[in-house]
Design a binder for this molecule. Structure first.
Ligand code: PMP
Length: 362
């Protein structure tokens, strides 16, 4: 067989730093209440679902999508309140925007920075692209270590600094004044990642344009449209035009463009659901705080990070899963996240089921 020659295996071709990685883990939630990934637990009202399906059924899927997503961009601008002078870049989830951004700046000696614990994709994508990643530890209460952040900006001169606001997995919103200090001090681009913006009391979206290096990244995922895969990056046109050059053509498919446009035209439904989630987050926080040995951290997102008794993180996570609820176990990461688990705010019934499973596991 002419093809049966000894070909070099992955160890000869795949870079060592890639071979050392694990693919992004997504555990199965079959048969479980899914509170692990910060999804919105609510469905759409049946009447709207039908109208939505009808809209999608008329789409010409034999044609490529609008490469710029013109109508969707227009809708996003008005619904989300994007400043007039700012431009938008659409991504297949904000994950893709992180990739686009880092591809555009990657090169020898280029550094990416973010506080840690933070969103893992910043570090992952930097690694894929051979960029150096500098993670600056938060303080034990998950506040920013401002002297350390400022010193690192000066020393490493990062091309891109990510500030997730609210932060994942900690859920807190750092003071605006500290954010502004960092944006001013950064030598490169600053991405304020507002994935959890719908659940927080403040946003930098209206500030885009005040400092030309400020980019605000958002997603429709946490809002209730995670399955569509749509994120948007908002910044001054000079930056967005450059980043657009490393975007693959047609990255937002026909179905996503039309489905998101429809959903945003009825955004009152999503806004109402976000309000329920914010309300139920407070109830869930109080219930967690009342459990002996459990310490929740204040959250402005649609999830709550909480600490369990020392050394029992994995066991309690498994116990909750055995009780029918999937959350996220971060306890294995140690450091500031030692003994920490993270739960997404679900429906009131789901939250009750989770609390019962947690209590049983304790
Ligand atoms: N940023 C942060 C801080 C996140 O937590 C997430 C999702 N976990 C994302 C971005 C990515 O979201 P998506 O790709 O669904 O838009």
């Amino acid at each position: 067989d002419p093809l049966a020659v000894t070909a070099p295996g992955p160890e000869h071709l795949i870079r060592a730093e890639i071979r050392e990685l694990s693919a992004y883990p997504v555990p199965s939630a079959r048969g479980l209440i899914k509170l692990d990934a910060m999804e919105n637990p609510y469905e759409w009202p049946p009447s709207l679902r039908n109208a939505w399906a009808e809209t999608l059924s008329r789409l010409p899927v034999n044609r490529y999508p609008d490469p710029k997503g013109t109508e969707l961009v227009t809708r996003l601008r008005t619904v989300m309140g994007v400043p007039g002078e700012a431009a938008l870049l659409l991504g297949n989830g904000s994950d893709e925007l992180i990739q686009i951004l880092l591809m555009a700046v990657s090169g020898p000696g280029r550094v990416v920075m973010a506080p840690e614990p933070g969103f893992v994709m910043y570090r992952m994508v930097a690694r894929w692209l051979g960029l150096e990643f500098v993670g600056i530890p938060l303080k034990p209460d998950f506040s920013l270590d401002m002297p350390a952040m400022l010193a690192a900006l000066e020393r490493h001169r990062p091309a891109v600094t990510f500030l997730a606001w609210p932060n994942n997995p900690t859920g807190n919103l750092w003071p605006r004044a500290e954010m502004e200090t960092l944006i001013r001090a950064a030598p490169g681009l600053v991405v304020v990642d507002e994935a959890y913006g719908p659940f927080a009391r403040d946003s930098f979206l209206p500030d885009v344009g005040k400092d030309s290096r400020l980019l605000v990244m958002r997603t429709v995922s946490k809002l209730g449209l995670a399955g569509l895969r749509l994120g948007y990056l908002c910044g001054m046109p000079a930056w967005i035009e450059e980043l657009d050059k490393v975007r693959l053509p047609y990255n937002i498919n026909v179905l996503t463009q039309a489905a998101a446009e429809f959903a945003l035209a009825h955004h009152g439904v999503l806004d109402e659901q976000a309000a329920w989630i914010r309300r139920d987050r407070e109830a869930l926080f109080k219930a967690l705080a009342a459990l002996p040995g459990v310490a929740p951290f204040p959250s402005e997102a649609n999830f709550i990070l909480f600490r369990v008794p020392p050394g029992r993180g994995r066991e309690i996570f498994e116990g909750i899963r055995a009780g029918g609820v999937l959350i996220k176990d971060l306890s294995g990461q140690g450091g500031l996240l030692a003994d920490c688990l993270r739960v997404t705010v679900g429906t009131p019934e789901e939250n009750t089921r989770f609390l019962a499973a947690l209590e049983a596991a304790l």
